[in-house]
Design a protein around this ligand. Structure first.
Ligand code: MGD
Ligand code: MGD
Ligand code: SF4
Ligand code: MO
Length: 888
C-alpha cells in the first residue's frame, strides 16, 4: 500500500510542511501539507522537485579514509584518536567543528554539547555566521536575547510590509505567495522593497527604493529622526519599556534630507514617500534578510530597523514588528542549541558565569568553554596558520561558500586532519577530507527544525538509509563515547536528545530566558513521532502563552527594557578606478546554495543553467561587453571568475550581481566567493558578501561550444578556460569556451563523453559561419551533440536537449540534429521559465500572440505559473515585452 509521511522541506527557513507519498515500488511523490501552518499546502519550485533529488548518484555510501573505502569502527576510531591526540598535545582549542544551519536540532545539540562541555573549547561555529549572525547580534543588543518577536501571520495582517535586502519572491517563495495573496485581497496594503537591484520581489512593490549598497543605516537613521520630529512616537512604550533614546538622538544627530539622499542614492521625494508611508501606517512589518545581514554594518542595520519599531511601539502586536527571515531550514534551531561560537546552549550566554555553571551542571560535564570560540572567518584563519590542527566539517561546503574561498581551500588542504560528514562525495570540500563520513540525508533522517517564526516541525524519514549512511547525531555521539563520555552521549535516537534539549530550555529558567520548550521535557519516542508543528515558547507551565513577544515589553535585558542602539553608517560602495564595479552576490530561484541537491534536478537546472553576471547595458557598452559574451571578473586580490554576461537594466549602474551557486564541480571558474574578501561586521563577525570592489572585462575565446550528452563528462576531461555543466532531461548540458582540444573535437568527445567505440558520427562544418557540429548516435539514440562556433553559440538549447530523448529514425532526423533547428511543425520551447511544468519562453510568447494578455490567461493556456507561482513575475515581464508585437 502506498503510504504518506508528513515531514518538512529541507531548504529555506519558511519551513513548509511536506507530504511524501511512497509507492509500493519505492517511487516517491511530494506535495504540500495542507495542514501545516507555514504553507497550508503550498510549495515552491524547489520543494515541488524534492523527489527528483533523492537518487543515489554521487552519494557517499560508506566511510572513507584517504579516499579508500573503510568501515565505521575504523573511521570513528581514527577520528577519535586524532582528536584525542591533538587535544592532548596542543590543548582543546587546537580542534574545531564547522557545522551548519542544515543540521537538525538534535545533531546540532550533540555537536555543541560535545565541543563546549566535553572537549572544553568553544571552537564550534557554523555557516549561520555567514547568514544570520548580524540578526542574532542585533536582536541581542536590542532585546537582550535572540528573539524573533513576530510570526508569518503578521505579513498578512499588516498594512505596510517593508522588505529590506530580501529577494523574497525567489528565496522565501511561499511566504512571498502568502504576502502576494494578502495584497491581492486587500489592495490598500502597501509593499516597499529596499534593494539596490530590481528583483522579482520588487514586482509587487508599490515603492522600490533602489538604494546604494549599504545605504540602509542612513535610510533607517533618517526614518527614526523623521518619526521623532513629526511626533510619531509611542511615548508610553518608550518610557516604560526602553532605554537609550536620548543618547541615540544626541549621538546620532539627524541628518538633513539632502545628506540622507546623498548617502542612500535615493531622491528626497523617494525618501519622503517612504517616511510618510511608515509614519502614517500603524501596522508595519519590516522583514530583512541578507542585504541587511551580510555587510560590514550588518548588525547596525538590524538595530537601525529595530530602533524605528521601538520608537513607535510597533512590535509584538498583530501585523507589527521587525521580522528577520532566516535562510536555512534550521537556522533558528542552531541558535536555540547555541551552535555559534559566541553562544551557549538554550539561549544562554557564554560570557555569563552563572549560565556557564548552570549548563555545566545540567550536562554533568567535566569542563565548560570559558570564552567564546573562533568565528568562521577567524576559524579558517586559524586553520590556515596551523593553530587548528583537526577540523570536522558537517553539512556545509566552505570551499565554495566562505569568503576568500581560494584561501579557505588551501587552508583545509593543508590542515593535518580533516573530517567531512556529507551526503555527496564529490563536493569541493568533501574532496579534501582525510575521513569522509556518509550521512543520512533528507527523507532518511529524523529530527526537528525551527523556522523563521519559531515553529518547530518534525522532519521524518520515509526511505531506508542507503548502504552504510548514518545520521549526523549518531556520528557525533560515537565520537563522544570514544572520547570517554559514555554516559553523556548514551542517546538511542533523536527523541531522547530533543527531550534533553527541552529540559535544558526550562532548567532554572522561570521566565528569565525567552527560549523555553520545557513542555516537551519528557517526550518519548512515540510522542516525538507524533509531534505536530508548534511555536515556541512552550513552557511547562500551562497558562496560555502569546505567540508573539514584547507587545507589553518584557525584554530580556536584566532591567527588562529594550535598548536603542546607536548605529554607524555603513561604508558606501567600495569601488575605485581600477575596480569600478560593486559585486553583489546572492541567490537564484531554482538552486540551493552549492547545488549538491537541486543540481540533480533537470527541471530546476533549466531556468538558469550557467553562472552569470547581471550587468547594466550601459556599463556593458562602456566595457565592450555584449549580451551572452563571457566576462572575466577580477577582485583586488587577483582572484577571478569567468561567467556569462546577462545585460539587464534591473541592475543599477556600477553594480554587478553574480549568484553564489556555482562550484568547482559545475564550472571551470565559477566560485564567486573566491572574489569576496574576508571583510566582516565588527560586532557579528559576519562576512560582507554583497559589496565587493571588482573589475570586469570581456573574455574572448577562439572557440565556443554547447554540448548535450547522455553521459556526464568528468571534470578532468574539460581542458577549457570556461565550462559549465548542468543536468538536463535525458543527460547533461555543457557550455564551453577556450582553445580547441589538442586531439581534435571528435577524439576529445569520444573520450570525454565515454562514447562506445561503435558510436556513429554525423558531422558538419559550416565554412561560412565557421561552425562545426558533431553528433554521435547509438542506433536511434543521440549520445552527444557538439555545436561549436567562433562566437557564442546560438543554437536553441532547449531543442537540442530534447533531442537526447527523441528517436532519430532516419538519416534526415540525424542530420537535423546538427542543423540545430527543429523541422517544420516541431516545437522549440525556448528557455524554461516555469520549472514546475517545464514551460519555455517560446510557448509563453506564442500564447501571448494568440491573445493571452494576463498572467492568468497564460496560465490557463499553457499551465505556466499555476503551481508554485514563482515565475509569475517573469511571465508578466514577457507579456509586457510582447505587448507591442501582440498588438500588431
Ligand atoms: N532559491 C533559493 N532560496 C533560498 C536559498 C537558496 O540558496 N536558493 N538560500 C536560503 C538562505 S540560506 C538564505 S540566507 C536566504 C537569503 O535570502 P535573501 O537575503 O532574500 O537572498 P539574497 O539573494 O542573498 O539577497 C537578498 C537581496 O539583498 C540585496 N542587497 C544587496 N546589497 C544590499 C544592501 O546593501 N542593502 C539592501 N537593502 N539590499 C541589498 C540583493 O540585491 C538581493 O536581492 O535564502 C534562502 N532561500
Ligand atoms: N558570496 C556569497 N557567499 C555566501 C552567501 C552569499 O549570499 N554570497 N550566502 C551565505 C549563506 S547565507 C549561507 S547559508 C551559506 C550556505 O553555504 P553552504 O552551507 O556551504 O552550502 P550548501 O550547499 O547548502 O552546503 C550543504 C552541504 O551539506 C550537505 N548535506 C545535505 N544534507 C546533509 C545532511 O543531512 N547531513 C550532512 N552531514 N550533510 C548534508 C550537502 O551535500 C552540501 O555539501 O553560504 C554563504 N555564502
Ligand atoms: S518556500 Fe520552498 S524552499 Fe522554502 S520551505 Fe517552502 S517549499 Fe521549501
Ligand atoms: Mo543562509
Amino acid at each position: 500500500m502506498p503510504h504518506d509521511v508528513k515531514t518538512t522541506c529541507p531548504y529555506c527557513g519558511v519551513g513548509c510542511g511536506v507530504i511524501a507519498r511512497v509507492e509500493d515500488d519505492g517511487q516517491v511523490s511530494i506535495k504540500g501539507d495542507p495542514e501545516h501552518p507555514a504553507n497550508f499546502g503550498r510549495l515552491c519550485s524547489k520543494g515541488s522537485a524534492l523527489a527528483e533529488t533523492l537518487d543515489l548518484e554521487g552519494r557517499v555510501l560508506y566511510p572513507q579514509i584517504d579516499g579508500t573505502r573503510s568501515d565505521w569502527d575504523t573511521a570513528l576510531d581514527r577520528v577519535a584518536s586524532r582528536f584525542r591526540q591533538t587535544i592532548a598535545e596542543h590543548g582543546p582549542d587546537a580542534v574545531a567543528f564547522y557545522v551548519s544551519g542544515q543540521l537538525l536540532t538534535e545533531d546540532y545539540y550533540v555537536a555543541n554539547k560535545l565541543m563546549k562541555g566535553f572537549i572544553g573549547s568553544a571552537n564550534i561555529d557554523t555557516n549561520s555566521r555567514l547568514c544570520m549572525a548580524s540578526s542574532v547580534a542585533g536582536h541581542r543588543r536590542a532585546f537582550g536575547s535572540d528573539t524573533v518577536p513576530g510570526c508569518y501571520e503578521d505579513l498578512e495582517c499588516a498594512d505596510l510590509v517593508v522588505l529590506v535586502g530580501s529577494n523574497m519572491a525567489w528565496c522565501h517563495p511561499v511566504l512571498y505567495q502568502r504576502l502576494a495573496a494578502a495584497k491581492a485581497s486587500r489592495p490598500d496594503m502597501k509593499v516597499v522593497v529596499i534593494d539596490p537591484r530590481r528583483t522579482a520581489t520588487s514586482d509587487i512593490a508599490d515603492l522600490h527604493l533602489q538604494l546604494h549598497p549599504d545605504g540602509d543605516v542612513a535610510l533607517f537613521g533618517g526614518l527614526l529622526h523623521h518619526l521623532h520630529q513629526t511626533g510619531v512616537v509611542d511615548h508610553a512604550f518608550v518610557r516604560d519599556h526602553t532605554v537609550g533614546l536620548e543618547v541615540l538622538l544626541a549621538e546620532e544627530p539627524g541628518s538633513s534630507l539632502a545628506a540622507t539622499s546623498n548617502a542612500t542614492g535615493l531622491s528626497v521625494e523617494e525618501l519622503l514617500r517612504f517616511y510618510a508611508l511608515f509614519a502614517v501606517t500603524e501596522k508595519v512589518v519590516t522583514c530583512y534578510s541578507q542585504g541587511v545581514n551580510q555587510s560590514t554594518s550588518g548588525t547596525d542595520k538590524v538595530n537601525a530597523i529595530i530602533n524605528c519599531h521601538l520608537l513607535t511601539g510597533r512590535i509584538g502586536r498583530p501585523g507589527m514588528g521587525p521580522l528577520s527571515l532566516t535562510g536555512q531550514p534550521n537556522a533558528m534551531g542552531g541558535r536555540e542549541v547555541g551552535g555559534l561560537a559566541n553562544m551557549l546552549a538554550a539561549h544562554m550566554a557564554i560570557e555569563n558565569p552563572v549560565h556557564r555553571e548552570r549548563v555545566q551542571r545540567f550536562w554533568n560535564a567535566p569542563r565548560i568553554a570559558e570564552k567564546p570560540g573562533l568565528k568562521a572567518v577567524d576559524m579558517f584563519e586559524a586553520v590556515a596558520d596551523g593553530r587548528i590542527k583537526a577540523l570536522w566539517i558537517m553539512a556545509t561546503n566552505p570551499v565554495v561558500s566562505m569568503p576568500d574561498a581560494d584561501r579557505v581551500r588551501v587552508a583545509i588542504a593543508a590542515c593535518p586532519f580533516v573530517v567531512v560528514s556529507d551526503i555527496q562525495s564529490d563536493t569541493d570540500t568533501a574532496r579534501l577530507a582525510h575521513v569522509l563520513l556518509p550521512s543520512t540525508g533528507w527523507g532518511e533522517k529524523d529530527g526537528t527544525v525551527t523556522n523563521s517564526e519559531r515553529r518547530i516541525s518534525r522532519q521524518r524519514g520515509f526511505l531506508p538509509p542507503p548502504s552504510e549512511a548514518r545520521p549526523d547525531w549518531w556520528q557525533l555521539t560515537e565520537i563522544g563515547r570514544r572520547l570517554g563520555h559514555e554516559a553523556a552521549f548514551d542517546y538511542d535516537g533523536p527523541a531522547k536528545i530533543f527531550a534533553e534539549h527541552a529540559l535544558l530550555s526550562g532548567f532554572e529558567n522561570d521566565g528569565e530566558r525567552d527560549f523555553d520548550i520545557a513542555a516537551f521535557s519528557d517526550i518519548d519516542r512515540k510522542g516525538f513521532d507524533a509531534l505536530a508543528p508548534f511555536q515556541w515558547p512552550c513552557p511547562a507551565r500551562t497558562e496560555p502563552r502569546e505567540s508573539r513577544f514584547f507587545a507589553a515589553g518584557g525584554f530580556y535585558h536584566p532591567d527588562r527594557k529594550a535598548r536603542f542602539v546607536v548605529s554607524r553608517q555603513g561604508g558606501a560602495a567600495r569601488r575605485s578606478t581600477d575596480f569600478p564595479f560593486t559585486l553583489n552576490t546572492g541567490r537564484i530561484r531554482d538552486q540551493w546554495h552549492t547545488m549538491t541537491r537541486t543540481g540533480k534536478s533537470a527541471r530546476l537546472s533549466a531556468h538558469l543553467a550557467e553562472p552569470f553576471a547581471e550587468i547594466h547595458p550601459r556599463d556593458a557598452l562602456d566595457y565592450d561587453i555584449r549580451d551572452a559574451d563571457l566576462v572575466d571578473l577580477v577582485s583586488e586580490t587577483g582572484a577571478h571568475v569567468i561567467v556569462r554576461a546577462l545585460l539587464t537594466d534591473r541592475q543599477a549602474r556600477g553594480s554587478i550581481f553574480v549568484p553564489m551557486h556555482w562550484t568547482g564541480e559545475t564550472a571551470a571558474l565559477g566560485r564567486i566567493d573566491a572574489l569576496v574578501p574576508s571583510r566582516t561586521d565588527p560586532v557579528s563577525g559576519q562576512p560582507a558578501s554583497k559589496n565587493v570592489a571588482i573589475a570586469a572585462r570581456p573574455y574572448r575565446a577562439p572557440v565556443y561550444g554547447f554540448v548535450v550528452s547522455a553521459n556526464r563528462p568528468e571534470r578532468g576531461t574539460l581542458p577549457f578556460a570556461y565550462w559549465a555543466l548542468a543536468r538536463a532531461e535525458g543527460g547533461y548540458r555543457l557550455e564551453l569556451a577556450g582553445e580547441s582540444p589538442p586531439e581534435g573535437w571528435e577524439l576529445w568527445a569520444r573520450a570525454a563523453f565515454c562514447l562506445p567505440a561503435g558510436a556513429d558520427m554525423v558531422g558538419y562544418v559550416d565554412t561560412v559561419g565557421g561552425g562545426t557540429r558533431l553528433a554521435f548516435f547509438d542506433g536511434q539514440q543521440l549520445l552527444a551533440a557538439l555545436f561549436l562556433s567562433d562566437r557564442p553559440v546560438a543554437v536553441s538549447r532547449q531543442w537540442a536537449i530534447s533531442q537526447l530523448t527523441a528517436e532519430h529514425l532516419d538519416r534526415s532526423a540525424r542530420s537535423r540534429v546538427i542543423a540545430g533547428r527543429p523541422a517544420a511543425g516541431q516545437i522549440d520551447k525556448g528557455a524554461i521559465v516555469c520549472s514546475c511544468f517545464s514551460v519555455g519562453i517560446n510557448e509563453i510568447a506564442a500564447s501571448i500572440r494568440s491573445g493571452c494578455g494576463t498572467v492568468e490567461a497564460v496560465g490557463q493556456a499553457v499551465n505556466a505559473g499555476t503551481n508554485c507561482g514563482s515565475c509569475r513575475a517573469e511571465i508578466r515581464r514577457i507579456i509586457d515585452a510582447q505587448r507591442p508585437i501582440a498588438a500588431e
